[in-house]
Write a new protein. Structure first.
Length: 79
């Protein structure tokens, strides 16, 4: 017996069914999205310890990056 009465074989069968339903690419993107969400959560928790000026600098850098991206998008759409 394993986890709450679920054996290893039952877990493997469920895993095979999930892989057949979603495919490995979809599971890979789902895993990376989940990992980035956890990373973002950890960063937001650790950001509480930073000073307000450091957070303002970080937000300014992010907005500058977003502005650069939108300029690039506009230029590529003109081409």
């Amino acid at each position: 017996m394993g986890f709450g009465g679920i054996s290893l074989w039952q877990l493997l069968i469920v895993l095979v069914i999930v892989i057949l339903l979603f495919g490995t690419k979809k599971l890979k993107t789902l895993g990376s999205d989940l990992g980035s969400a956890i990373k973002g959560f950890k960063n937001s928790v650790s950001d509480e310890d930073k000073s307000p000026s450091a957070l303002a600098d970080q937000q300014k850098e992010k907005s500058d990056t977003d502005a650069d991206f939108s300029k690039t998008e506009k230029q590529s759409s003109k081409d």
